[in-house]
Write a protein that binds this ligand. Structure first.
Ligand SMILES: [Zn+2]
Ligand SMILES: [Zn+2]
Length: 177
């Protein structure tokens, strides 16, 4: 994904619009696999001033990820805005800047960084996803399997509803007395 930035280089402070897209394919990020089934689109504008390209815009796409609770794959929208700088020579004191050569801005590294930094470590398909039954493995969003788990220290349910889990524990103890 390269921009021919000759026009901006010749006319300083001239804002030049651009839009382009690239395929990301399958990415593995700290053990989490995500699939970009459609291209990543970026659009915005850039201008050249003070020996620097200033580039701003938005990045949009969708990717497929697996829910950390029920393990079903689902589509996650990705949309973010960015403002980055490209300079001729890397400066150790400004590690966020990217480098350009000649009059070409290569956006590949910037797009990779934006995508990687904005994909969460864990995905949950929906707020109230009930996850898999720890006893029989049934997806509890689809079927209520009837296993006795909620009262017996189901770690996931307990973490989401700590007081309900506690109340259930206390209830059990009372029954035993
Ligand atoms: Zn889920
Ligand atoms: Zn079950």
């Amino acid at each position: 994904m390269k921009l021919d930035a000759t026009l901006a280089l010749k006319s300083q402070n001239l804002s030049v619009p651009f839009s382009c897209s690239t395929q990301m394919g399958r990415l593995e990020l700290s053990g989490e696999v995500v699939d970009f089934e459609e291209p990543v689109h970026i659009s915005g504008s850039y201008l050249f001033a003070d020996d620097t390209y200033f580039i701003t815009g938005t990045l949009k796409s969708h990717y497929r990820a697996c829910c950390g609770r029920c393990l079903e794959s689902f589509v996650v929208p990705l949309e973010l805005s960015f403002a980055e700088e490209f300079v001729r020579r890397a400066d150790d004191e400004k590690p966020d800047q990217y480098v350009f050569e000649g009059d070409i801005i290569d956006l590949t590294e910037m797009v990779d960084d934006l995508v990687v930094l904005n994909i969460p470590i864990r995905h949950i398909c929906r707020e109230d996803c009930r996850g898999l039954c720890p006893v029989c493995g049934t997806n509890r969003n689809i079927t209520a399997c009837g296993c006795a788990t909620d009262e017996e220290g189901d770690a996931q349910a307990g973490a989401r509803r700590p007081f309900e889990a506690l109340a259930a524990l206390l209830h059990d103890e009372n029954e035993e007395v």
